[in-house]
Structures are given as structure tokens and as C-alpha cells.
Design a protein. Structure first.
Length: 169
């Protein structure tokens, strides 16, 4: 990794960050939800075709992250995200940002990388090496879709379920 770092990072603490992006809001499949045995709860499905991109990064050692919501995934959006990450890196530290090989992660004229960040690409076809993939999986399964029939009854979003019934796990 020393070969990948610029001379300006010499003597500074190194923070390891992981970055990824996810598209949300598109017409997608339903998640499995907890419901009483034998029931088939109705789940609201978003039929809009609008979507946004969540750009997220985390430093597990410091338990800190940075995220932005963008209308598209491109070099301009990635540059904005890199700028946000750079504000979360410890003062006088240098961040090594592990990211996949998406086209908008490639250095070039369009991508602006702050001085306190160095990009380190993952090997091709290896999303399992990036912990941010687990964050997206958790968010999609627990925060960005209905996950429990009981909570949907309490919020009044599902009229076809009993008011209060025990859930069997």
C-alpha cells in the first residue's frame, strides 16, 4: 500500500475507508416481511420509476461515515462524495478509500480527488471484499422497504391485516 500513497501522506496516520453507491427508489421487488403464520399480508409497492443514488463511505476504525444523495452516478457525483469524505477524515490524517472499479471511480479529467484521499481499487468482480455492500443490504431489507406486517398495521398502511395478532418467528 505504501506505493499507492503520495509523498504528502508520509508520516501521517492512515485511515482505511470503504466506499460504494446504491440506486434506490426504482420499481423493485418486495422484501420478505414478518407476518402471522398463514397470512399473506399486502405490501405496498412503489411503481414510480424515479430513483436516486446513495453514495456512502465508512471508516470502521473510527466508526464514522459520509454519505450524499445524488440524482445520477457519474464522475461529478463521485467528486462531490469525495469532497464530503475529505471533511470527515481526521485532521492531519490521510485516507485510503477502497472502492470498486466503476467508471466514475477512475482518475481522470472529470474526477476531482482531494489531497487527503487516495483511491485504492478492489479487484474486479469482488463486492464481497467491500463492507459497504452489507450496509446497502441492511438498508434495503430494514429501512427502505416494509419489513414487519405488525408495524404496517399500527401505521395504518395495510387495511387487510388484523389489528393485533401475535407474530410467529
Amino acid at each position: 500500500m505504501k506505493e499507492a500513497l503520495p509523498a504528502s501522506a508520509t508520516g501521517k496516520p492512515i485511515e482505511i475507508w470503504f466506499q460504494d453507491e446504491a440506486r434506490v427508489g426504482q420499481k423493485g421487488t418486495l422484501e420478505y416481511i414478518w407476518a402471522p403464520v398463514g397470512s399473506r399480508p399486502r405490501a405496498v409497492r412503489d411503481n414510480r420509476h424515479d430513483s436516486v443514488y446513495l453514495f456512502g463511505a465508512l471508516c470502521a476504525y473510527r466508526a464514522v461515515g459520509a454519505a450524499v444523495i445524488m440524482p445520477a452516478a457519474n464522475s461529478e457525483a463521485m467528486s462531490v462524495h469525495l469532497k464530503e469524505i475529505s471533511t470527515q477524515v481526521s485532521p492531519d490524517a490521510h485516507a485510503v478509500l477502497v472502492c470498486d472499479g466503476a467508471g466514475w471511480h477512475q482518475r481522470g479529467d472529470k474526477l476531482t480527488v482531494p489531497d487527503n484521499i487516495t483511491l485504492l481499487p478492489l479487484p474486479a468482480y469482488s463486492p464481497e471484499l467491500n463492507p459497504m455492500e452489507n450496509v446497502w443490504d441492511y438498508l434495503r431489507g430494514n429501512k427502505l422497504s416494509p419489513t414487519c406486517a405488525e408495524s404496517r398495521v399500527r401505521s395504518g398502511r395495510s387495511k387487510g391485516l388484523a389489528k393485533k395478532s401475535p407474530l410467529h418467528y
